[in-house]
Write a protein that binds this ligand. Structure first.
Ligand SMILES: *Cc1c(COP(=O)(O)O)cnc(C)c1O
Length: 222
């Protein structure tokens, strides 16, 4: 079967500045597709369901960095705590507490991004900026020795309106820049998907999560 995964990856990588990390979003896609991307040199993959990611971790090469990009169910964090490399969608302090607890069992420090709410749609998850500020400033955070907040993540509204996307991305980038000065651990700004990653990068993103432009359209909504 000719999938073109390798070609798609090459095309995208040519357009990415050097400082931008590509997360290949492989949710719903079979292991054979991931292996094809792996053989083309890709090592960072994103999934949005914990159980699906665990199955793929077990089956695929162990030098893959697995990113959890979906909404988190706290009771499932334990299944990925031994291997997950970055959790993008953290949107509550309670979830950080659970990640910390599970990370500790494996003597790991799990890197997390706080998800900011930037979309106008009310279907998107994420924290208002004020809540991110209070988490970053909290004394309780310092007690969570097995989590490290290394950046922020945002999902823009699903729209073609470039002005609106621009506004959403730049609002998060500005917020990130301000807080990066106070919290030196904040190095990652995860924003941009297949449809909007160029604009996200123009606005300062240094991590893009790209699925359908690499693997083709998904057959079902994930
Ligand atoms: C599915 C998904 C993506 C990738 O979307 P594409 O449009 O296929 O590139 C990126 N980020 C998150 C959080 C996702 O759930």
């Amino acid at each position: 079967m000719i999938t073109g995964i390798k070609e798609n990856l090459q095309k995208i990588k040519e357009t990415l500045p050097e400082n931008v990390t590509l997360v290949a979003v492989s949710k719903t896609k079979p292991n054979s597709d991931i292996q094809e991307a792996y053989d083309a040199g890709q090592r960072v993959f994103g999934e949005n369901k914990i159980q699906e990611m665990v199955g793929k971790y077990d089956a695929l090469p162990k030098d893959i960095e697995w990113h959890m990009i979906g909404h988190l169910q706290r009771n499932k964090v334990k299944y990925m705590a031994h291997f997950v490399s970055l959790i993008h969608g953290v949107d509550s302090f309670k979830t950080l507490v659970e990640i910390n607890k599970q990370a500790k069992k494996h003597d790991r420090i799990i890197h997390c991004l706080l998800q900011a709410r930037i979309a106008k749609e009310d279907t998107k998850f994420g924290l208002p900026f004020a809540e991110i500020e209070s988490i970053l400033a909290s004394e309780e955070l310092k007690e969570l020795e097995n989590v490290k907040i290394t950046g922020l993540m945002g999902m823009a509204t699903f729209t073609d309106d470039q002005a609106q996307l621009q506004e959403e991305f730049s609002s998060l980038a500005n917020f990130f820049n301000v807080h990066q000065k106070k919290h030196t651990d904040l190095t990652t700004l995860s924003m941009g998907m297949s449809g909007d990653y160029s604009l996200a990068i123009e606005n300062g993103s240094n991590m893009v999560r790209i699925g359908s432009s690499i693997f083709g359209v998904r057959n079902y909504i994930a």
